[in-house]
Design a protein. Structure first.
Length: 491
């Protein structure tokens, strides 16, 4: 009988191990498919708007990397004095610029690298957070997939993954910040710690939205650890991130730019209210216009599964939840304080991307910890039955609400466009327009029409307008050596 019992136990253990392996394989396959779509699309990114104006100011066109490095430093200093304090982003604007460098090939490399960097940084951060709360590998990978799907799946981030200037000012610094936090949490050796500090400083040199997010996330780690568990290196990591953010924030260019937008000064109260409203709008969109509720419930189930180990207590939960709820507001606050009008308008796609990334991670962390809390307090004993109900809900919801249909996700739509080369064709049409401008014998170039916009992709109408005095039209004209470039008004 003992032999039979042991044999049955081995079979159970083997079956459980196989299920975990399947879970890991499934999650990796889904991450790969998701990544493939965005990598494929990003290779067809094209020059647009600020890409030309920044390249003109940098003024170095070619492959002399040393000359380009010096020109990029000069560009960074000039922007710091006259426009904004994003020292890391402004350096990258010049140094990584395909226009100032190797052209279209470099554009593809930079934009593909941007997607890969963001995916890897997100996975690393999720893995480290998951490790700290005692998750096994199969759950870590599964949560990584859920986070990436939630960020990529429901809205097109055209200004992040297909626009060079948006990538180097927002997603690359955000990715660097997430890597810094992940390495700090990992804390294996002195090299890892030093690299984390360097990356934290650089991340604070991105947009102020990213700088605020990075600093407050670091503060959250310190707050959760508690004063009695802090070490000097913890404080130094946080301090170096704050120093970078202060260097960014006190730039004379920030105040010049703010005066150009709204010369009535800084309005802290209005910025706070607008930030709260923005977070509420983003949360409402996630829960009412996407199937994110299902993902949040899945996270609760994961929390219940890993709970019951005795490490969880109410004070810790309240600490984490409180800081998590404040983080999205902190993320939005610099945008509304420095870069938008007091009425709360002007929260562009690239800014919303950072906000949604933070909200997704925050809600998923809170949901997992809620599951742990329910398990620890024995409020949910029959969680396996709930999992079965959830699977049924996942199958039924798409039939009841068109917004929840998986065929309406950005990933599915993009896959269809990739399959028919929609992004490539649009890229080729834009390239042909630029070639027309370059080869025209006229000094005043008129573009007859623009190609029809492709859903979920960057629209060229931002860069080429019917107003020859628009900054992007002027930048195009200067770059191609023309007096003016204009789009013919459409009837």
């Amino acid at each position: 009988m003992l032999g039979k019992k042991m044999s049955g136990q081995n079979m159970f253990d083997g079956s459980l191990l196989n299920r975990k392996k399947f879970f890991v394989l499934f999650s990796y396959i889904m991450i790969f498919l998701l990544s493939y779509v965005f990598i494929h699309a990003s290779r067809w990114s094209y020059y647009c708007g600020d890409d030309f104006s920044h390249a003109n100011v940098v003024g170095v066109f070619g492959k002399n990397i040393f000359e380009l490095f010096g020109a990029s430093i000069a560009f960074m200093v000039d922007k710091y004095r006259t426009w904004q304090g994003t020292f890391f982003s402004m350096f990258l604007q010049g140094f990584l610029s395909p226009i100032n460098g190797a052209g279209p090939i470099q554009m593809s490399i930079v934009m593909i690298s941007n997607v890969v960097l963001f995916i890897c940084a997100t996975i690393m951060l999720v893995q480290e957070i998951s490790r700290l709360i005692g998750m096994e590998k199969h759950l870590k990978v599964f949560l990584s997939f859920l986070v990436l799907f939630s960020i990529f799946g429901f809205k097109a981030w055209a200004e992040i993954f297909y626009w060079f200037s948006g990538a180097v000012s927002y997603s690359i610094p955000l990715s660097v910040g997430m890597l810094a936090l992940a390495l700090f949490l990992k804390d294996k050796n002195i090299f890892t710690y030093i690299l984390a500090c360097v990356l934290a400083f650089l991340a604070s040199g991105g947009s102020l939205e990213v700088a605020g997010t990075s600093c407050f996330a670091a503060l959250t780690i310190l707050f959760v650890k508690g004063y009695e568990n802090l070490h000097k290196k913890d404080l130094f990591f946080f301090g170096i991130a704050v120093v970078g953010a202060l260097v960014n924030a006190v730039a004379p260019g920030n105040f010049i730019r703010r005066d150009a937008i709204d010369d009535t000064g800084l309005h802290f109260g209005a910025a706070f209210i607008n930030s709260v409203n923005q977070v509420i709008r983003s949360v409402e969109w996630l829960f009412y216009q996407t199937p994110f509720l299902v993902i949040a419930v899945l996270c609760v189930i994961v929390g219940v599964h890993i709970g019951g180990k005795g490490w969880f207590y109410k004070t810790l939960y309240l600490k984490i939840v409180g800081m998590c709820l404040a983080l999205p507001v902190v993320t939005c606050f610099p945008v509304y304080l420095a870069y938008t009008s007091t009425n709360g308008t002007g929260f562009p796609n690239r800014c919303e991307f950072v906000c949604v990334c933070v909200i997704v991670i925050v809600i998923m962390v809170i949901s997992v910890l809620l599951g742990v809390f329910l398990k620890e307090t024995e409020c949910m004993k029959e969680y396996k039955n709930l999992l079965g109900m959830l699977v049924a809900v996942c199958l039924i919801i798409p039939m009841l609400n068109d917004n929840y249909k998986y065929s309406n996700t950005v990933i599915y739509r993009m896959y269809c466009n990739v399959a028919v080369d929609g992004f490539k064709k649009y890229h080729d049409n834009i390239t042909e327009i630029y070639r027309t401008i370059e080869n025209s014998d006229n000094q005043d170039v008129v573009i007859e029409a623009l190609p029809a916009a492709v859903p979920d992709f960057l629209d060229i109408s931002y860069s080429l307008t019917t107003n020859p005095g628009h900054f992007s039209n002027r930048a195009l004209a200067i770059y191609y050596g023309k007096n003016s470039v204009v789009l013919k008004p459409q009837e």
